[in-house]
Design a protein around this ligand. Structure first.
Ligand SMILES: [Zn+2]
Length: 524
């Protein structure tokens, strides 16, 4: 799209982490920002193409800093169950979908069903799905990704029916009164089905990823940080090499790959690939609030307090081994106890290897007041997803009691100088950053109830969480996240929503998305 003559985006309000910038125009040449300022002061080639943004706010391109992007792409290609309002509704959707799927032996996937339907336990069985889909293997994730509902054939191929397969740590196979698998795989047990499925072909993966990338562009997103298995990295790498990525990807590698990665000498946040960089090693330290597996100081109503998936000294050993190869930690921690254990482990490793490695805590959903200055002092990046507040709100007080007040304490963390960046955890929540922004600044549930509004961020801070703060969280502060000369031309233009009620914000307000100097979305 860009030529030597360049492309001028004009009629805009320019905004980045420094606040409102002087001028109304950005000149883009060869994929980079060549100049910005008042239009009359810019030296323009007569052949320069001009796009008038009509007073829109122009930001650095937005990045979602915690995603399972490939999973989201796969889910979009499958059967969408998110609209079903009841178990009967769900069945109607499944029957209609079964009638229209192509007649072949391939696996059928999909999901988005409401976990509250599990109350209808008697009918939530593999046999129910057998009646609809016969012996085509099928699997459907719950909206919260804690449960996978499968038919008998899917479980058979996964080795679950004959007892060959066992659930990995942190998961379990649902069983009926007779002890037979009932069709539900809980938590990490869904891995059994994932590994049983044949790998998706490059052509199919490309179709999913092209369509999903375009969908993200329409939302105003230009980058994603991904937490996914190594076969997914292979797809991203192929597409980056072919110039087909269209998104800046920061990929955090799974723990199983750590030894191999050390062997390959792949440091975190290094390399020069403009599209794909490796982040840290992803380590899971606990589960989630909804499944009462996030490790807390205080007990859940059932008396448990969640579980650390690794002992503290084991985590130190892993992070230490990684740090020796210049690989940072990217650690999943939800409960307040887990966040403390991870913070302490990072402190220990930093004391040994110095502060240059960019360690991250993913989610940091419950953070004690005493932990906040430690996170700030050590510059530990917290990748947070306040968009979950919407689903969590009805559960928080019940599950966490007094500690619920410490859920997503964003105002306090931001003021203390904790490097906070924002995202969605797609497909667990919607990838729509405007929805995430709304919950960051307004913290209102579906019923309109406000949740600790004093912990809300201001709109400019929240926008920074997707731009200027997201770039360093992916090691890209030198070329992404700000409107400055020489930066890569990833830009998002949106109606100037800053003075408006957050309920009016939506992706419909995105005017233009640019990646690497190319206009990839332009609403007219
Ligand atoms: Zn995640």
């Amino acid at each position: 799209m860009s030529t030597v003559a360049g492309l001028l985006l004009t009629g805009a309000r320019l905004f980045d982490a420094r606040g409102d910038l002087r001028g109304d125009s950005v000149l883009v040449c060869d994929g980079r920002i060549a100049a910005f300022g008042p239009r009359r002061e810019l030296e323009l080639d007569a052949a320069c193409e001009v796009i008038d943004l009509g007073g829109a706010l122009l930001l650095a391109g937005m990045t979602d800093t915690h995603t399972h992007f490939f999973e989201w792409a796969r889910r979009r290609a499958g059967i969408d169950l998110s609209g079903a309002q009841s178990f009967d509704d769900l069945l109607t959707t499944l029957r209609a979908a079964a009638a229209s799927v192509p007649d072949d032996p391939e696996w059928i996937g999909g999901g988005g069903w409401d976990p509250h339907f599990l109350g209808d336990r008697g009918r939530f069985t593999r046999q129910t799905l057998d009646q609809v889909f016969g012996d085509r293997p099928v699997f459907f994730e719950a909206r919260d990704y804690h449960t996978l509902w499968c038919n008998t054939e899917a479980l058979r191929r996964a080795g679950v029916m004959d007892g060959r397969a066992e659930a990995p740590a942190g998961g379990w196979i649902g069983r009926d009164a007779a002890g037979r698998p009932d069709g539900l795989l809980h938590e990490t047990a869904w891995e059994l089905v994932r590994t049983a499925r044949p790998p998706v072909s490059d052509a199919v993966a490309d179709r999913w990823l092209d369509e999903s990338r375009d969908a993200l562009h329409r939302l105003g997103l230009t980058g994603v940080h991904c937490m996914e298995p190594m076969d997914v990295l292979a797809h991203y790498r192929r597409r980056a090499d072919a110039g087909r990525a269209g998104l800046r990807i920061c990929f955090h590698t799974p723990l199983e790959d750590l030894d191999a990665r050390i062997e390959r000498g792949e440091a975190s946040y290094a390399g020069r690939d403009p599209w794909l960089r490796l982040g840290g090693v992803k380590v899971f330290m606990d589960g989630s609030m909804g499944s009462r597996t996030a490790a807390m100081y205080d007990a859940y109503p059932d008396g448990g307090a969640g579980t650390l998936l690794m002992e503290a000294d084991e985590l130190v050993a892993v992070l230490d081994r990684a740090a020796g190869a210049s690989i940072a930690g990217t650690v999943h921690a939800i409960g307040d106890r887990t966040v403390d254990v991870v913070t302490e482990a990072i402190e220990t490793v930093r004391a040994r290897y110095g502060g240059h490695l960019r360690h991250r805590i993913e989610h940091a959903q419950c953070v004690r007041a005493t932990t906040v200055p430690r996170l700030a002092g050590h510059g530990i990046v917290c990748a947070m997803q306040p968009v979950h507040l919407e689903d969590d709100l009805p559960l928080l007080d019940r599950e966490w009691g007094a500690a619920a007040a410490r859920a997503y304490p964003l105002r306090e963390m931001w003021d203390a100088g904790v490097p906070v960046c924002l995202g969605s955890d797609m497909p667990v929540a919607t990838p729509d950053p405007w929805h995430g922004l709304r919950l960051t600044v307004a913290r209102r549930g579906r019923d309109g109830r406000e949740f600790h509004p004093e912990q809300a961020l201001a709109v400019d801070e929240a926008l920074a969480g997707y731009t200027a703060a997201a770039a360093p969280a992916g090691g890209r502060e030198a070329d992404l996240g700000r409107i400055a000369v020489g930066m890569r031309a990833d830009l998002t233009a949106v109606d100037d929503i800053r003075g408006e009620d957050a309920d009016t914000w939506s992706a419909d307000r995105v005017r233009l998305t640019m990646v690497d100097g190319a206009v990839v979305h332009h609403a007219v």
